[in-house]
Design a protein around this ligand. Structure first.
Ligand code: ZN
Ligand code: ZN
Length: 362
C-alpha cells in the first residue's frame, strides 16, 4: 500500500512543481485519506518538494503512527493550523497553495497570519488539484468500488419483497441500510432515498412515514460505503400494472440511460454524455422534465469528478467511475430515475451495478 500512496504523492508533487508551488496545504479529509491512508476526522497534510507531513491531534496518535503511507506524522496540541504554519516556516516554503474550496475564510486568514509574510511570499487559492488525480481510479480503488456496488445491489435485491403496499418509506429505507451493513458496508454512502407516489417527483426526497400504496411509483436510491469507497444505485418500481403513460416514461428514461452509456468512453466530454441522454428524452418530449445532470463521478466521495453535465468540456479518461442517472419528474404525477455505476474503460465502459434491471412492474 505504501507504494500506492507514494505514487499518488509523486504525481501530485510533479503537478505542484509544474504550477510553481513549493507546497500544498491539504485540508479536505478525502484528499488527506487519498494521499496518506489516514482516515481520522481531524487531519491536514502539507505536501510538495520537501516531502509529505500529516498533522493530526492526540486522539489519532496511534492510528497515525500505524499508517502504511510512509509519510511523516506530527501530533499537534491545539489548532492543526498552528502546526501547519510552523512547519511551513521550518521547511522554508516560499510559494504555498491551499484548497480554496475546503479552507474557510477564517482558517485561511489564520494560516496566513500564523505563517507570517516573511516566510511565505505567495499564497495560491487552488481548486481540484488532488480531485483531478482522484478522478482516475487505480486497480485497487476499482476493486473497492466494485465491492461497494455489489453490496448495494445485494441489498436492493433483498429488500424488494418488502416493497409492498402498506409498508412505510422509512421502514424500507431502514431495511436497506441494515441489509447493506449486514453485508459488509461501513454505512450508507448517502441518506437512502425511498419516495412513493407524488413524492417521487422530488429527485432528492427524504423517506417519510408515508405508506406505500398500490398503483403508485416508488423510487429507491441507495449506496454503500465499503473500505471508504462509495456506490450509488437507483431503481423505480410501480406497485401494480403501470398505466401506459408511466410505462412509456420508464421506457424513455431507460433509452436515455442506454444512449448515455453508448456515448461513455475516453475522449468524450461530460457534456456529450449528458447531451446523449437529453436528446433521447427530447425525442419523447420529456427533456423538459429532466431537471438535473446526467451523472457524477464517485469514489471516496459520493459526488466527485468527473461530472456528466452541460458545460463540462473535460474529456473522460479510462479509470473514471461515474453514475449515469437520467430521470423525469412532474409535480403531481411523480418521477422515474434509473441509475447505475460505470467504469470508463479503454474502449467504452463497464457496468458495476449489475442487478434488478427489469423490475419496473412490481
Ligand atoms: Zn443515487
Ligand atoms: Zn447519483
Amino acid at each position: 500500500m505504501t507504494t500506492i500512496f507514494r505514487g499518488r504523492r509523486g504525481k501530485l508533487a510533479a503537478d505542484l512543481e509544474g504550477a510553481g508551488w513549493d507546497a500544498l496545504v491539504v485540508s479536505h479529509l478525502p484528499n488527506v485519506l487519498y494521499l496518506t491512508g489516514f482516515s481520522g476526522s481531524s487531519g491536514m497534510v502539507v505536501t510538495g518538494s520537501s516531502g509529505t507531513t500529516l498533522f493530526t491531534d492526540g486522539r489519532y496518535a496511534v492510528q497515525a503512527r500505524e499508517l502504511e503511507g510512509g509519510c511523516r506524522v506530527r501530533i499537534v496540541r491545539g489548532a492543526l493550523l498552528d502546526g501547519v504554519a510552523a512547519h511551513l516556516q521550518a521547511i522554508g516554503a516560499r510559494r504555498v497553495a491551499f484548497e480554496a474550496s475546503h479552507l474557510t475564510v477564517s482558517q485561511n486568514a489564520a494560516l496566513k497570519k500564523r505563517t507570517g509574510s516573511k516566510a511565505v511570499r505567495k499564497w495560491g487559492a487552488t481548486t481540484g488539484v488532488v480531485e483531478k488525480l482522484r478522478a482516475r481510479k487505480d486497480a485497487v480503488e476499482i476493486t473497492k468500488i466494485r465491492a461497494a456496488a455489489a453490496v448495494a445491489c445485494k441489498a436492493l435485491a433483498l429488500v424488494l419483497p418488502m416493497v409492498k403496499p402498506g409498508v412505510r418509506e422509512v421502514e424500507v429505507a431502514a431495511e436497506i441500510e441494515y441489509l447493506m451493513r449486514r453485508n459488509g458496508a461501513a454505512g450508507p454512502s448517502f441518506e437512502t432515498i425511498v419516495a412513493s407516489g407524488p413524492r417521487t417527483a422530488l429527485p432528492h426526497a427524504r423517506p417519510t412515514s408515508r405508506k406505500l400504496r398500490r398503483n403508485e411509483l416508488v423510487v429507491l436510491d441507495l449506496g454503500a460505503i465499503l473500505d471508504h469507497y462509495c456506490s450509488d444505485l437507483t431503481r423505480t418500481v410501480y406497485l401494480g400494472k403501470p398505466p401506459r403513460r408511466l410505462a412509456e416514461w420508464h421506457r424513455a428514461v431507460g433509452e436515455a440511460h442506454q444512449a448515455a452509456v453508448a456515448a461513455l468512453r475516453p475522449g468524450v466530454t461530460g457534456a456529450q454524455v449528458d447531451l446523449a441522454a437529453r436528446e433521447t428524452l427530447r425525442k419523447h418530449r420529456l427533456d423538459r422534465l429532466f431537471v438535473h445532470s446526467c451523472g457524477h463521478g464517485l469514489g471516496l466521495e459520493i459526488h466527485e469528478e468527473p461530472r456528466l453535465a452541460r458545460n463540462i468540456e473535460t474529456p473522460l479518461e479510462a479509470g473514471n467511475v461515474v453514475t449515469i442517472e437520467p430521470g423525469v419528474y412532474l409535480e403531481g404525477t411523480g418521477g422515474i430515475r434509473i441509475e447505475d455505476d460505470y467504469l470508463v474503460t479503454d474502449r467504452g465502459s463497464e457496468r458495476l451495478t449489475r442487478t434488478c434491471s427489469d423490475i419496473f412492474q412490481h
